[in-house]
Design a protein around this ligand. Structure first.
Ligand code: A3P
Length: 321
């Protein structure tokens, strides 16, 4: 896994000693900072980001809770922006998505860019710079203060996210995705004591942000992207300031981008079949990509418990599940 190989400063160690901390199911030490649980080295990345990030007005940040459709949203964003660079690029063979995993093209602040230092070399990023994060919105507030940069958040229903986490973490830790692993992951999820948890707080942070400032925070939903991909990608394009022209729509550009970014297509590319980065095999980012897969695994008791938590946490927020 990518846990534990970052540098943790003495200052951060001191901070950690004052934070709630515990050990997760896989044996990783985690601590709670500004309401969110992090591996120690991820916290170092968060602090480096908070200390060093200088936003540019045209920056775009893809945000999500892990396993909510991040890879898909990154691919769509790359493909949408690529249009302005090369007008025929959605079928060109030099398209960046053909040569790199979407996470390689849009790195995470806390896991990649700021993992080692608060002043990384950002020379390879050209405007608009594309970054991503799993931090909750409030943890980026100070660093992004007064910046008009755009944030796109993708949220997924909690049950499918949990099941996706279960399969993904089993794959990267090379263990069988057994029922007992699921039960432990379920408990952590419900308690909120998991990597980037609690899920509810994470969602609410961006949901409220999108209500307060819809011009700069777009709240997308995985289920809507699956159900009405054309409408949702147009919504994303409008938000990012690169709407589809009439000509593009007539020439099938929307569908071309959707095909390029489909799970079937991305997962069949050599870079995603055999590639690896941060010690994670790219193929693990692609599984079923279905809505409602959790029904195949969760017991009625588990579903009830989650429904009750959702009801309690999202009550009055306007967020429907
Ligand atoms: P499942 O495990 O339910 O299949 P993330 O990208 O945030 O890590 O989320 C991973 C989930 O998104 C996985 O869900 C994965 O299969 C799905 N996914 C990955 N690429 C996708 C794509 N291009 N289209 C739709 N879903 C995709």
């Amino acid at each position: 896994s990518n846990v534990g190989d970052g540098k943790i400063s003495e200052e951060t160690k001191k901070l950690i000693s004052s934070l709630p901390s515990q050990i997760d199911y896989h044996g990783n030490k985690i601590c709670k900072y500004q309401g969110c649980w992090y591996f120690y080295n991820t916290l170092q990345g968060v602090l480096n980001f908070q200390r060093g990030f200088q936003p540019q007005d045209t920056d775009i940040i893809i945000a999500s809770y892990p396993k909510s459709g991040t890879t898909w949203l990154k691919a769509l964003t790359v493909a949408l922006l690529e249009r302005s660079k090369n007008h025929s690029s959605d079928d060109a063979d030099d398209h960046p998505l053909l040569y790199d995993n979407p996470h390689g093209i849009i790195p995470f602040f806390e896991i990649d860019v700021y993992h080692e230092s608060s002043s990384p070399n950002l020379a390879k990023f050209s405007a608009p710079r594309l970054f991503s994060t799993h931090m909750p919105l409030h943890t980026m507030r100070e660093a992004l203060k007064h910046s008009p940069c755009k944030i796109v958040y993708v949220c997924r229903n909690v049950k499918d996210t949990l099941i996706s986490c279960w399969f993904y973490s089993s794959a990267i830790y090379k263990i069988e995705p057994t029922r007992s692993v699921l039960e432990s992951r379920f408990k952590e999820f419900c308690n909120g004591t998991n990597y980037f948890g609690p899920f509810w707080e994470h969602l609410l942070s961006y949901w409220r942000g999108s209500l307060e400032d819809p011009e700069h925070v777009l709240f997308m939903r995985y289920e809507e992207m699956k159900a009405e991909p054309r409408d949702q990608i147009k919504r994303l394009a409008d938000f990012l300031g690169c709407p589809f022209t009439k000509k593009e729509e007539e020439s099938g550009s929307v569908d071309k981008i959707l095909d390029l970014c489909s799970l079937r297509n991305l997962s069949s590319l050599e870079v995603n079949k055999t590639g690896k980065s941060n010690n994670v095999e790219h193929k693990f980012y692609f599984r079923k990509g279905e809505v409602g897969d959790s029904e195949n695994y969760l017991t009625p008791e588990m579903e009830n418990k989650i429904d009750m938590i959702i009801q309690e946490k999202f009550q009055g927020s306007g967020l429907k599940f």
